[in-house]
Design a protein around this ligand. Structure first.
Ligand SMILES: *Cc1c(COP(=O)(O)O)cnc(C)c1O
Length: 463
């Protein structure tokens, strides 16, 4: 393995091509605790470890690319959310961020509830022993089969997303001789993403029933009339990767307005309000997420204040963090394959995975950071773009990042904060097999989702 086989790439000092990056970090070997999970450190010999195990050993044993999930960090985050909201609120982990049976067991043990949005997620949750009454079923187009299985299993709530579904769920519950607890998902005309929120026109989307024009009030009217349903509350989810609480403020104001209208019209005070998920995490050092206890305090205050103003009893609050729990707990480990310096632009670093294990960069223009983890380097920073091995020029994992200029094929690099929406959105594009998820804790590593094999791929191809 040669460390000097390629010409030096462009340096930050002489070129600053278009891109989204700040100055190179003072120390490329340093690991920012904001973007790496709790137990990640760099050993005296320069190798990064997680849960006490060096990444070089993990790569040997499990191969690359692979996701390594810091179990202690996951449990700590789940517990922090649970504790922050206390006994008068419920925390539902959004399973779509990443779901496996091990994760379901950890959540169960840490006292969290679980959101699922498909039959597959429901099956995973039930098979790992999550009590059905702690599961919520979501989705804008649940099949009748999915609804039936959920009602039969006795899920704690189904979040109704359309007028058809109100009737469907009521019908299935009656057939099964049950009364299903439900919430109605409304769109409040607020959409929040990262640091901004927009308070107009965002009813133009597939989820929920608009508050505007009285549609949500009509949905409530219908749900209250059907004996298969027990309407327990109103649900609102305003976006993702949110740092600014003002979007929640507007949402809570509008949802409480509906609760008040319901009380005035029907004489019932619905006992629950669900504010959804979407709380942001640090993907790079520029992001400053809030702690769960700050979020809990802010949300509780907002709802309490709005309810006092409307003279309503404060309903039980629930929240649905996905990314904020699992996102920071994992990193993806890759091996560097080829390195291509482009004069005056940047250096393209190709890894053994790509958009099949992390579609977020291509899909959302997401930002990530990256570090050389199999050794330290004192070389100058080199402006790099980490790309995958897929047949697509948009196959980018990290758009702009600084890596040491002596980076070489065979080096291991890791992308932190890939716990959410990476494995769960992974694909087989180019018939690349999906990487494993390995849980690491106290010096032990175990596969919780195994690597897909070419045999797996061929088994589905029945000729
Ligand atoms: C996606 C989603 C969540 C979780 O979002 P995160 O950004 O992962 O916190 C919560 N609730 C609903 C209804 C969702 O669709």
């Amino acid at each position: 393995m040669s460390r000097s086989a390629h010409p030096a790439g462009p340096r930050h000092a002489d070129v600053l091509p278009e891109g989204h990056y700040s100055a190179p970090p003072a120390d490329l070997n340093a690991l920012d605790g904001k973007v790496w999970s709790q137990t990640v450190t760099r050993d005296a010999d320069g190798v990064v470890t997680v849960g006490g195990i060096p990444v070089t050993r993990l790569a040997e044993e499990f191969g690359t690319p692979a996701y390594f999930l810091d179990e202690a960090d996951f449990r700590a985050r789940a517990c922090a959310w649970r504790t922050a909201f206390g006994h008068d609120a419920d925390v539902f982990y959004a399973g779509k961020a990443f779901l496996s049976r091990a994760v379901v067991r950890w959540l169960h043990e840490e006292g969290l509830n679980l959101d699922v949005c498909s039959g597959g997620e429901l099956a995973t949750a039930l098979s790992a022993g999550m009590p059905a009454d702690r599961i919520a079923l979501h989705g804008n187009n649940k099949s009748t089969d999915e609804i039936r299985r959920a009602v039969e299993a006795g899920v704690g709530r189904i979040v109704l997303d359309s007028f058809q579904e109100i009737v469907r769920v009521a019908h299935i519950a009656r057939e099964l001789g049950k009364r299903q607890r439900v919430q109605i998902r409304v769109t409040v005309g607020v959409e929040a993403h990262t640091h901004e929120f927009i308070a107009t026109a965002h009813e133009d989307q597939k989820f929920g029933i608009p508050l505007a024009g009285g549609q949500a009030a009509e949905a409530v009217r219908r749900a209250l009339q059907l004996d298969g349903l027990e309407l327990i509350g109103i649900h609102s989810h305003i976006g993702s990767q949110i740092f600014d609480m003002s979007g929640f403020e507007v949402a809570a104001h509008r949802v409480v307005g509906l609760l008040k209208d319901i009380r005035d019209e029907h004489g019932v005070e619905l006992p629950e309000i669900d504010l959804g998920g979407g709380l942001g995490i640090a993907y790079t050092s520029d992001d400053d997420p809030r702690e769960p206890h700050e979020i809990a305090k802010a949300l509780t205050e907002i709802v309490t204040r709005e309810c006092e103003a409307a003279r309503l009893r404060t309903p039980r609050i629930s929240v649905e963090p996905g990314r904020a729990i699992v996102g920071p707990t994992a990193f993806t480990l890759y091996e560097v394959g080829t390195i291509k310096p482009l004069d005056g632009l940047r250096t393209y670093v190709s890894v053994d995975g790509g958009m099949s294990d992390n579609i977020r960069t291509a899909l959302y223009d997401a930002e990530y950071s990256v570090a050389l983890v199999s050794r330290t380097s004192e070389a100058e920073p080199m402006l790099a773009r980490v790309v995958g091995k897929h047949c697509e020029s948009g196959d980018i994992v990290v758009k702009d990042a600084f890596l040491p200029a002596d980076l070489a094929p065979g080096d291991l690099i890791a992308v932190p904060a890939t716990g959410a929406y990476c494995r769960s959105m992974a694909s087989n594009y180019n018939h690349v097999t999906r990487p494993p998820v390995v849980a690491v804790r106290d010096g032990e590593a175990r596969v919780i989702v195994r690597r897909e094999t070419e045999e797996d791929l061929l088994r589905l191809d029945v000729g």
